[in-house]
Design a protein around this ligand. Structure first.
Ligand SMILES: *Cc1c(COP(=O)(O)O)cnc(C)c1O
Ligand SMILES: [Zn+2]
Length: 404
């Protein structure tokens, strides 16, 4: 099996870059580089039915992933994640056809494993020995895990407010973990300088071209799980926006390869926290790019991103798909974490709960219409946010008495 990737292309100026050397961002304008494929060849070489015989992991889409050789694949078992019907939760939110794509079952318990699996595999293929990245938390953990698996040194810089479990998890994979005041933007400034100083590979969001390729497999999976159709609406908790950009790219590729049912489209919704909603603000103002959010505050750490390098691509995806951008309060996020746990046995992360809350609001406002098929992304397991778990407090049972 082989990749049908042909080259890299700047998302801003379309400049061409080669695949077989280390590339970061566009030398001309700093734009993110995106992998391009010979989609005609994929169309001729592969029918979607052929996938059925393959293992249920993201590597089943190998032709549309950038890793050249099998021996460079770094895997911890990235199995396809369930697309769960959520009838009880859907009834509570007046969306009977609600489905939850549960990414909490991946290695390191978030969808960041997808980006790290493909990103680290490519780093290994290109001979990288040390990589560094800033993170709001989960990307650091995922890249640390896959880095350990590949024998690559990983340096992670994260805000000191990152949830404890994630800090310790990242260190447990042997990464060098550094804490800084502020947000992921402050961590990013440190990484940029350290990479320039030491010559390390900069694995920041969209500063290497391959993380987004891993994340795009969320789109492939949803389409395949729905029989190569698309849901009416996809609601995605948006921080750096890579997952949303990835799925948008995935659907464009599938359309060109000819696997998607005729006319299949989806409206993308970016869910953000009210305390850090730069994309929502830019969307509402009709702007092409976002303005850095001055004082980002939310307990949904993964979407506490004051300015995304790929914001212009997220905004393009939202507008071209007829989508929306919604900010929800931390109280609303907490309420939906609890609702998902109590109604469906789903321990969603705060970011996933933000997406649920955004969907609920769009439904109340009538933007999501009666009977529409809605897929909400739960991007990780609630266990990574043990400090934030909701529910009635456990009560001590006096000796000799019984639960009532
Ligand atoms: C990183 C993260 C997000 C945001 O992902 P992007 O694709 O960068 O927007 C959402 N949820 C969780 C749990 C995350 O870790
Ligand atoms: Zn460019």
């Amino acid at each position: 099996m082989t990749t049908f990737a042909t080259h890299l292309e700047c998302a801003r100026c379309a400049m061409f870059y080669e695949l077989d050397t280390i590339q970061q961002t566009c030398a001309r304008d700093g734009g993110p580089l995106l992998v391009r494929y010979d989609l005609r060849r994929v169309h001729d070489a592969l029918a979607p039915e052929a996938l059925r015989a393959r293992a249920p992991s993201l590597w089943r889409y190998r032709e549309l992933l950038p890793v050249g050789r099998d021996e460079h694949v770094v895997s911890l078992g990235e199995s396809m994640t369930p697309l769960l019907a959520a009838a009880r939760l859907g009834r509570a939110l007046a969306m009977p056809r609600l489905q939850v794509k549960d990414e909490g079952l991946l290695p390191t318990a978030t969808f960041k494993a997808r980006g790290a699996a493909v990103g680290v595999s490519r780093a290994k293929e290109l001979g990288v020995t040390t990589l560094a990245l800033p993170t709001a938390g989960n990307a650091g953990a995922a890249w640390a895990a896959y880095g350990a698996r590949a024998g690559i040194r990983v340096v992670v810089v994260m805000p000191e407010t990152t949830p404890q479990v994630i800090q310790r998890e990242t260190a447990a994979y042997g990464a060098d973990v550094w804490l800084v005041p502020g947000s992921i933007a402050d961590a990013g400034a440190v990484v940029r300088k350290a990479c320039a100083e030491h010559g390390w590979y900069d694995a920041s969001t969209l500063k290497e071209p391959y993380r987004v390729e891993g994340k795009k497999t969320m789109g492939f999976e949803v389409a395949e799980q729905l029989g190569w159709t698309l849901p009416d609406v996809i609601v995605y908790p948006t921080g750096g926006g890579v997952g949303l950009i990835g799925m948008w790219k995935a659907f464009a590729e599938l359309r060109e390869v000819g696997w998607l049912a005729a006319g299949a489209t989806t409206r993308f919704v970016a869910a953000q926290a009210a305390g850090c909603a730069p994309i929502v603000r830019a969307f509402e103002e009709g702007a092409d790019e976002s303005v850095p959010w001055p004082d980002p505050v939310t307990f949904a750490a993964g979407i506490r991103v004051p300015k995304a390098l790929g914001d212009f691509l997220v905004l393009r995806a939202l507008r071209e798909s007829g989508g929306a951008a919604v900010a929800v309060s931390d109280d609303d996020i907490a309420a939906h974490m609890r609702l998902a746990g109590e109604r469906e046995g789903m321990l969603v992360c705060p970011e996933g709960a933000a997406a649920l809350a955004a969907a609920a609001r769009l439904r109340r406002e009538g933007w999501i219409r009666d009977g529409e098929r809605v897929v909400v992304f739960n991007t990780g397991s609630g266990l990574k946010y043990a400090e934030s778990l909701q529910g009635g407090a456990p009560r001590p049972l006096a000796p000799g008495s019984l639960p009532s």
